[in-house]
Write a protein that binds this ligand. Structure first.
Ligand code: FMN
Length: 221
């Protein structure tokens, strides 16, 4: 029975990345009637930024060579770490339970929103095993960053997330971008509206296609 974890991180409710995520989920649930689904809106229901104890979870799991959740539970039972682990553990459990991770991720200042970065800082421990999972990043950008565009070198969103997930051994990662999202509302960008419309339609088609073929294989346990 595949499990989908879906995170939204846009500050806007009328959001293109949320539109992609909702479309993915509708199609995925139709394709996977026995699949299970967990959702968190990291803007309406934010994760607390890490504090001293949260940062110690990261360093001490390295120092002590923690390899799995059971060893982490033991290490983090220390009174000074336990409150931070109480925040982090459910986030990690939700992540480890997922076969497919879908993240709605707008581009903010050429990278990811703070709501997503805060979640990453919380869940990322050196031993976290994400191999075998698939991540789908559903992005929206005010500008255009594709190959050959003047802003291509400013894209620190996709390369950053690829690097991040690859260090956690998650290499099965798909990116879908809706670009030029400012064009519909900004009159000086009116000449770009057709390109935006095509980008949005292509992204929605791609999301539907991905929703019908993920996960590629379902874990037996
Ligand atoms: C704080 C903030 C920073 C942004 N930075 C960028 C940026 O660096 N590059 C860009 O192309 N668009 C930028 N935008 C525009 C958003 O990427 C665009 O509005 C996108 O559609 C947001 O995703 P959403 O529709 O899912 O909310 C920014 C918007 C906000 C609110």
């Amino acid at each position: 029975m595949p499990h989908l974890l879906h995170l939204d991180t846009s500050a806007r409710s009328d959001s293109f990345s949320r539109e992609l995520g909702a479309t993915f989920v509708d199609h995925w649930r139709a394709a996977q009637p026995n699949g299970t689904y967990t959702y968190r809106d990291l803007v309406k229901d934010p994760v607390e930024p890490i504090d001293e104890a949260g940062s110690r979870l990261v360093t001490e799991s390295s120092v002590h060579g923690v390899q799995d959740l059971a060893a982490m539970d033991e290490l983090a039972s220390a009174p000074e770490l336990a409150p931070a682990w109480a925040v982090t553990r459910p986030l990690i459990h939700a992540l480890l339970s997922a076969d497919v991770l879908v993240i709605g991720a707008p581009m903010y200042n050429f990278s990811v929103p703070g709501s997503l970065k805060t979640w990453m800082d919380r869940v990322t421990l050196p031993w976290l095993p994400l191999s075998g999972k698939t991540a789908v990043i559903l992005s929206a950008r005010g500008g255009a960053y594709g190959p050959g565009t003047p802003r291509e070198p400013f894209d620190f969103q996709e390369p950053y997330l690829r690097a991040y997930f690859s260090t956690l051994n998650l290499t099965d990662i798909e990116f879908v971008h809706t670009e030029l999202t400012h064009a519909p509302a900004v009159s000086r960008l009116a000449h770009l509206r057709d390109i935006h419309d095509t980008s949005r339609a292509t992204a929605l088609d791609r999301v539907k296609e991905l929703a019908h073929r993920l996960p590629p294989t379902v874990r037996s346990a």
